[in-house]
Design a protein around this ligand. Sequence first.
Ligand code: GTP
Ligand code: ZN
Length: 336
Amino acid sequence: MSEALTALGWDDTFAQPYDAYLDTLSADDAGVSVPARVVGVERAAYQLRTEHGPSEALLAGTLQHAPDGARVAPAIGDWVVARPIEGEDRYRIVHVLPRKTTFSRAVNAGGPRRAVSEQVIAANVDVILIVTALDEDFNPPRLGRYVTAVRASGAQPVILLNKTDLVPDVLPFLEAARAVSEDVPVHAIRADAPGGQDALRAYLRPGVTVALIGSSGVGKSTLTNALLGRDAALTGEVRAADRQGRHTTTSRTLYVVPGGGLLIDNPGLREIAVWDPNLAAFEEIEALAAQCRFRKCTHTTEPGCAVQAAVRAGRLDPDRLDAYREQQTTRRARRR
Ligand SMILES: Nc1nc2c(ncn2[C@@H]2O[C@H](COP(=O)(O)OP(=O)(O)OP(=O)(O)O)[C@@H](O)[C@H]2O)c(=O)[nH]1
Ligand SMILES: [Zn+2]
């Protein structure tokens, strides 16, 4: 197993299905196939890393339009089987290898039955760092919901308390965060100070894929830059590309961290707080609810309900109201 591949996260869990897939190909096809990791996705264009460095790729038609409709589009972090496109400097992705972990969201696929389908946000992430800041963002019940979402993906959750400089005493925050879940490590960090992120190096071991999630403004970008060193990922990739005398677009989403480890910085993961109804705030609904005639309005059949009025007027998506109700119900159940 090549060292360049293991540094990208390749191991036996991928090597076995890879070999099995190659057995189904002709000797010629198998001979030119390579394993590659998806490090960038932009619409139909994919950036891969093979053991020889970065390259561009397209999706094979068979993956784009699977006959049973069960399209397996590669996501960031996926391991795939790729084959060079003849006469071009690009690959074609012909197969997606089974995932070790899958961080996904349910999306409303529409249609008469309001079908829900799964959108994979990131694949094969080993550790997800849940970032919170010691300001008004700090909210243990929400941390608990993040932990649940991370566990559902198969990745290991770790809680990071950032902006420790903003509080006189970190200890009560550490204790509250530790109480969220017994077996989730908690680290107090400072993303914006030299050495303030040292605790994280233990997770960024060669071949280990790490991702950051948390609300906007908690310090995910600052942390990413501190871990990567300014433009480290970019220069690293340009150098690898130069070896073969060409320039390849650098990946923006899966970085190779200097000193070991891989870091996924993905807008889809960043937005989890927005799209996961369990994590979301329902500010616009709460603003409407304040205008309901009855203070304990359930926004179902009460007269003078401003929330129902907004739904009837097309100003509020009924799906969002459903999600809000669901959240309120679980909260009431938890309080009991
Ligand atoms: N006081 C303090 N400020 C910090 C710390 N880490 C980051 N910040 C500041 O917090 C602000 C937000 O940080 P970002 O890194 O942009 O936060 P983010 O999570 O990437 O936010 P989005 O890009 O919106 O998802 C910036 O002004 C940072 O300088 C810290 O440890 N202490
Ligand atoms: Zn109401």
